[in-house]
Every structure is written in C-alpha cells, then in structure tokens.
Ligand binder design. Sequence first.
Ligand SMILES: Cc1ncc(COP(=O)(O)O)c(C=O)c1O
Length: 395
Amino acid sequence: MKASFRSDQVEYAIRDVVVPATILEKQGAKITNFNIGDPNKYDFKTPPHMLEALQNIANDTEMGYAPSEGNLELREEILAFERSKNMLSATEDDILVTSGISEGIQMLIGATLNPKDNILIPGPAYPPYTSLTRYFGADPIIYNTLEKENWAFDIDDIRKKINAHTKAIVLINPNNPTGALLPKNHIKDLVDLCGEHDIFIISDEIYDKIVYDGKHYSPSSFSNDVPVVVANGFSKVYLVPGWRVGYMVFHDPQERISEVEDAVKKYSRLRICVNSPCQKACISALKGPQDHISKMVSKLRERRDYMYKRFNEIEGIECAKPQGAFYMFPKITHPAWTNDKQFVLDILNNCHVLFVHGSGFSKEQGHMHFRSVFLPPIEIIEEALSKVERYLDSK
Ligand SMILES: Cc1ncc(COP(=O)(O)O)c(C=O)c1O
C-alpha cells in the first residue's frame, strides 16, 4: 500500500543525516556529533531541583490524566513568567501546554491554514514549520534573511511576499539555525507591517534566555492589536528536551484570532493531555532557582567565541557570529564543493564529524551552508575542526 501524498511532504534534515552516521558507527567509527540541538547530550545537565521534583512526583499515587489545556498551576506559573517578560493581554485560559513546541506548531498550523493559504517562514528556519505547512496542504513562503547583517530578516522581502492568502508570519528569535537575535526596531517594524495586512505572528521564543550579545524582545511586547502566539518551552533553557513540555500563549488584545485559539483548544482535547508528571515537575523549573541559566550561557559564550574564531581561520569556510541559541550557520566557500549535502557527507566520511546540510533548513538561503552546534567542550571542538581544516586543505 502506498503512503499518503501528505507523507511525501515530511522532511527533517537534522535527523536524516543520522542515518549514514549510524551506518559508520556500526562499522566501528567514532562520530563527533555537531548535529543535534540537545544540550543534555553534552555536558549540560538538568538542574537537580527539577530532577528531585520529578522523583517526588513518581512516588505520588496521582497518576491520572491532566486537563487537556494543561496543569492549572503550571499555566499560572507560565503566565507569571510571560507577564514579567512580555506585555501580555493573556490570562491562564489563553495558555495551552503542549508536548513540546513541536506539538504546538502542528496544532496551530493545522487550525490556521486551509489549502491555498500561506504562511511566511524565515529562510533558513527550523524545518517543521515548512514541512507541517505543506503537510496541511498550504503553502510555505520563505522570506529572506541577510547573512551580512547577522541574519536579520529583510523586511522589504517580507512586504513583497505578503499576499491576500497570507495568514501568519513565523519569527524564530533567537533563530535556529543561524543564531540571529532580532533587534528591537526590526521587531516593531514587523508588528506594524502585520497590523497593516491583518496577519498574525507566531513567535518561537524557545531560546529566549540563551543570548550572548544584546537582549531578547518578543513582538507581544509591542503589540496592542496584532495577535501574537508566543511558543516557548522547557526543552532548551531548562535542559529537559525529553520531558516534552512546551506551551503556547495567545496574546490577542482585540480577539482577532479567537476562532483559531478555540480550534487549537478543541484539537487539544483529541490528544487528551501532555505527560502529567513532567508537567508537574516543570512547575519547579519556573518557581525554583534560575542560576543554571547564567552558568550555561557563559559556558556557551566561550564555546561560541572559540568556534567562531576557528571556523573563520579555515580556508573555505566563512561564518557570521551568532548572538543567541547554540547554532552556527557557516558558508562553504571552498571551490571543491558545489553541494552542501555532499560537503556534510564528505566531512562525515573523512573526518567522522557530523554537521547538518544548510539546504535542509531552506533550499535557497541554506544552499552552500551547514549548521553546527557549539554545545561540545572546547577540546572536542578543537579536535574536530582541526580534522576538518586538514581535510579541506587536502582538497
Ligand atoms: C526553533 C525551535 N523551535 C522548537 C523546537 C522544538 O522544541 P520542543 O522540544 O519544545 O518541541 C526546536 C528544537 O530544536 C527549535 O530549534
């Protein structure tokens, strides 16, 4: 039996490159992974008070379903946190806890788009936004970001690409895969543009506290009318990607997208609820000590600085400096390659170092780029990039 035509739309470059790496590993090779944005795979560990909270919950007898919209105490804590950060019109009822942001994206795109509708997505971007838009039969329209301006978005390109079928625009700030952190005035301009065209903003803020230069701003802080759906979660900042707890906040001061919000909540009842013990344990994340965040950021800053310097020393690679998240998106300028996927496979086979090809994040803007995490300790980065340098020099 053939799989549905919808399934052809599903691509996830980040995990696709793991297949050839696993084959090599089975043959005895030791692969150094720079492909997965999972800090727990390196020397970043979940804060002990959160683990303790989960252990205590495991001794409870209360192991029933949670409410579909999410544990109330968790939603109250999320609201308090989001209000301290952003100007929000939302109440607890406008918060939906999801199985990671990933589930939230899926629900929101499914509830927003009909066939022929479109959504604007940055190029390059975290792949599910594009894949899921296609999966639901709608059109992803990719807008340009400018490598020379540290991958800030090109508002003129966005303006040109908005049309009568555009429903929303995705902002990922800080961005995966480029590490771009958007300046305040750019975000304000975008909010104004969305107001002119009656479209709403999906604001992915999963790396909001992982910033090195400057400050993170949410479009919700600048909007009294334009709806902003803030998507955030615990995977990265609180170091629990496997718990699968994220959330969406509907900031909609003039109730322009209340039908979409209702549709998302209706859908959420179909999937019953998010893992209930992990939701409860996430209350301790927001209530408890936050000092692991500044420690994580200063460790990552050192690694970023080192990797940025090292990549730019290699002939055949150029790299902009990321200001947030834990990704770099270098450009391949070496004359031996014309295809970024082939470059990544060649580096894998010859250096046993695994990156992700840039075209997996956007065919056009990711062409001849690759994504690397800077999560591993400096010694590991040093060893891996020296191998890459030697290999490129030999070509
Ligand atoms: C921009 C962005 N959004 C969402 C996610 C997924 O988050 P979650 O673990 O909450 O599903 C990732 C994971 O890498 C990401 O980079």
